[in-house]
Design a protein around this ligand. Sequence first.
Ligand SMILES: NC(=O)c1ccc[n+]([C@@H]2O[C@H](COP(=O)([O-])OP(=O)(O)OC[C@H]3O[C@@H](n4cnc5c(N)ncnc54)[C@H](O)[C@@H]3O)[C@@H](O)[C@H]2O)c1
Length: 331
Amino acid sequence: MPQLCVIEGDGIGREVVPAAVEVLRATVPGLEVFPAQAGWECFQQRGVSVPAETLESVRACGAALFGAVSSPARKVEGYRSAILTLRQELDLYANLRPVRGLPGVSPRPEIDFVILRENTEGMYAGRERREGDTAIAERVITRAASRRVGLRALEIVRARQRKRLTIVHKANVLPVTDGLFRDTILETAHECGAERDGIVIDELLVDTAAFQIASQPERFDVLVTTNLFGDILSDEAAYWCGGMGLAPSLNWGDGLALAEPVHGSAPDIAGKGIANPLAAILSAALLARHAWGLSEPAARIETAVRTALAQGLPATTVEITRAILDRLSHG
Ligand SMILES: NC(=O)c1ccc[n+]([C@@H]2O[C@H](COP(=O)([O-])OP(=O)(O)OC[C@H]3O[C@@H](n4cnc5c(N)ncnc54)[C@H](O)[C@@H]3O)[C@@H](O)[C@H]2O)c1
């Protein structure tokens, strides 16, 4: 039976995650759910943002659904970002962010591409220090991490129709670090016979990629990039999903996956009952497809979301969840 570790986190995580769990229960028979803690409030109560038993629970289940956590904008002694800790400790090395237009809410519902981001190193790993009045952030890129995210990207490209992989980097000004990332992925693709299998591989500088995601999103199939570039580009691309409340993601390692909506804890609307649960629900569908191999329930959830959106969404978290559950029971 599929087992799920559920980490609601902070703010609207506590509203959207229960909605997504309800939808999963309605589509995945026998699902077993194990609640666990992480986040800013957990840190304030227990002095740790991700307790050891939370890591153990995710490992034991093999799959987790995570809401969002709040992070202080300034350094707090002893605090380490919960989502960074989960990604690094569990070696969730690839971050999958599908960008699919949705009826009624997306400016262009036909848009369909994927951003895959390296998830454990680079600038986003947060290796910072002060030396007097100088602040330093280390940006480490390794062949091993570039290779495994490249392999995962090729796996995703092969499962899609258009078979185009775009490597996004800034190797013109960072030829050592981004050069290694780009060259490793090109070598990996070559070793795996990508050209022979009809996969087209191209590359773009990250600034050009940012412009083209805005101006010609239909050009893309699968983009693979480093951690911080992927973080920024996928928020930009969330515009094509219809907004932050509609963009799903999956942190994906080997035999371990943690799904999370792209949005944060949204303190401005937390507790008001108006958070859109669809990003969390679509993240749950990614988990069903990629962690449990349940493609049919995943597709049912996605179809229910599309149908509900086409008919017009109600205003509250509870009503939106009810609309999805209704579509599932009628479809
Ligand atoms: N993965 C994560 O846990 C994660 C990601 C991003 C930000 N954060 C944290 O979240 C906190 C708030 O950050 P932020 O305000 O920059 O980003 P945010 O994503 O929380 O909110 C940005 C805007 O989008 C709206 N929004 C977000 N999700 C929504 C939803 N489901 N339905 C309707 N509206 C939604 C919010 O109301 C807000 O106006 C910060 O502490 C930040 O560190 C966490």
